[in-house]
Design a protein around this ligand. Sequence first.
Ligand code: 13P
Ligand code: ZN
Ligand code: NA
Length: 281
Amino acid sequence: PLVTSKEMLLEAQKGGYAVGAFNVENMEMVLAVIAAAEEAKAPVMLQTTPSTVKYASLDMYVAMVKARAAKATVPVCIHLDHGTDFELAAAAIEAGYTSVMIDGSHDSFEDNISKTKAVVDEAQAKGIPVEAELGKVGGKEDDLVSEGNANTDPQEAKEFVERTGVDSLAIGIGTAHGFYVGEPVLDKELVSKVKEVVSIPLVLHGASGLSDSDVSECVRRGMCKVNFATELRVAYTDAMKKLAKEAPDTFDPKKYGTVSMEAVKELVKNRMNVCGCVGKA
Ligand code: 13P
Ligand code: ZN
Ligand code: NA
């Protein structure tokens, strides 16, 4: 069934595991991620960035996820990833998204608070949980290679959560969107430090390119949601390219979709395993 992220993330927090949140861009990715969740018996979040929303519309992603989630045996959530402003977050909720992020991480501390608070007031009145971000995850959500980040200050995180009433918080610990140029430098102890002073579920962005052991240590220290985007896009398109190379006469889009879905499904199941959410639904 389609559910909000509220219970899902609180359960994960209680159980000491993380829910995998996977960025999807088309029907095949929606089907592959939910199929993986069913095979893994895991709760799952599917999410779309603003540029993805622009590609096919909020309504289209809601319709696809809703249709598939209605037949799913595991809890499924559709989340707006990196919501840029109040209007987009409100439109996502109106369209049927069951979770939203408002990303004010590029604003000043005070502007981030007021931006987040406005979305929290709107969303909570409609029963929809909100994720915010404090500190910076490097790179750009839709770029392949990343740069620039800022680690979160635990005391600021505590104040931010108290003043906004937000449901979950993405923090900067050195991760970045896209793959890493060289070894990522992570402050994993910072996860524990923030967890000590912040009671809501913490969120790890930029997980593509992180080793299994880095992800699992972050989860062990308190990350309750882990975001994967670039890896899925690469798995998806690599499978298509491989088929095009091996059988260049292939013209049925379903043939490309089938190999791509299989590749994404396997990747998602592996990452769910690392997050510890397998068997939790
Ligand atoms: P990656 O592309 O590095 O997996 O980042 C995902 C993410 O944080 C989406 O919000
Ligand atoms: Zn992100
Ligand atoms: Na990354």
